[in-house]
Design a binder for this molecule. Sequence first.
Ligand code: ADP
Ligand code: MG
Length: 556
Amino acid sequence: MLSNMVLTINTFSCCSTSPLSQIYFASFFFTHQLVQTMSMTATPPAVRSYLTPGRPTSKFMTRARMAVRSNLLSFAPILINLQRDCATPLPVLRHVADAMAADMRAGLAVDGRSDLKMILSYVDDLPTGNEKGLFYALDLGGTNFRVLRVQLGGKEERVVATEFDQVSIPQELMFGTSEALFDFIASGLAKFAQKEGGKFHLPHGRTREIGFTFSFPVKQTSIDSGILIKWTKGFAVSGTAGKDVVSCLNEAMQRLGTDMRVSALVNDTVGTLAGARYWDDDVMVAVILGTGTNACYVERVDSIPKLQEQKSVSGRTVCEKILIGYDIVLNDKMHVDEYYLFQIVNTEWGGFSNGLPLSEFDRQMDADSINPGEQIFEKTISGMYLGEIVRRVLVKMAEVADLFGEHASAKLSTPFILGTPHISAMQQDSSKNLEAVGSILYDVVGVDSNVNARKIVWEVCDTIAKRGGRLAGAGIVGILEKMEEDSKGVIYGKRTVVAMDGGLYEHYPHYRKYLQDAVTELLGSQLSKNIVIEHSKDGSGIGAALLAATNSKYEH
Ligand code: ADP
Ligand code: MG
């Protein structure tokens, strides 16, 4: 019933001519349907939960029902406007994909010319499977930091053993000093290293080497150094911007007297790509959808104009898989010297903003954020923000139209109280009366809801998740499109894998489906068969350890 209702709205929106009449007709039709739905489904228990408890008299219920009917007239347009502003039909997706590809080119040409920083990772050598020894990884992501150790056994034994630990970052450290944050991380790392044993073995006299995954924008200056450009994802640590984050961590470890050193500084997307590539040679792109979002990919060095002056790439690596790709596509026309060097480029695509469908709620959330005007793609598609956008819509519906009755909830007005895991859980409620939606609304934002209010909330969650997933899919196609244009057939003409990671992608099935739908719509059913979008769970941790191995100062 609910999906019929929304379909009707969309049909009306498409057929009418003036925007005003669209809203009028759609809202009339929507309200009409909803009131009918309500009259059929608003059983006394559902209504009672909406009313003040203990007063379910029939006179009172009739009044309440009338109140709800009149309120529907007020919140229907809010939902309709939201769905219109957040709509992602194919032309919007196509525009986003094309603009993403164009912004990538601009960012590769000159630093500072594009919303996309297109940061060089200095990773020009990917794991081969031959790596051996004990390596550590440290992942500073957003909500948590993770530490991991891995014992690598070369081609035969591969990953012999792994162990990891996770520590949540105290809120005050996210707003504290650089020293306090790095001391906290170093001490977590030291405690973890003390528990080493069993299958993990460090040859005598060696320092433990760490692959440091740092998921914030960094201007990398070599594989083991990088200057923090700015904090994102709600961090506002003082005294780090403009500093080398590897020195910050190494100094903290020295203060503690820990014998460990960072041998590779790795963005989490780059770690994911390296980790996935260890198992599958067709991996060319990696995307993170967690608290924040980012993407990286394998770029040809001759397609990076801003690197031309530095031609400092080691020169030892040929992207073998791309060679093989040419072989297939050009049907043996390839000459032996048609190989090229590659480097992994970190797009920092969270900064993308061109042509995104935004609502008043997005604009207000951005204005209230600690980085207004920045990271607009991230604010539209990533886990930190989806729940908050939904909350803002619900606040308006509650204020303007008493969506949850007359009793306002102070909790609902608390920024970020509704998380993306909550909206994901609400969307997975397929029960007739949406009981799980009701419980989450009650437990998390302190409101009572009847079944119709819950349906509206479900719709709001769906609208925001759908936009996020589809735009993420369009972004992926933008990257593939750019790679395809430069390599003519190598990407679309063979199996190409996009490795995905992050809590949002992992735990939000509707979002994942919307993402895949957008990729299929954009590429068409034939080409999209070659593009495999695959979850690479916790690949970034192992990937960082693998890159520490690849860049080890010891022979392996
Ligand atoms: P980080 O991005 O901090 O490195 P993760 O990749 O684990 O960490 O992602 C955590 C984010 O994933 C959370 O901030 C949240 O937005 C999102 N997330 C976690 N669990 C769920 C869930 N069940 N449904 C939807 N999103 C989730
Ligand atoms: Mg992460």
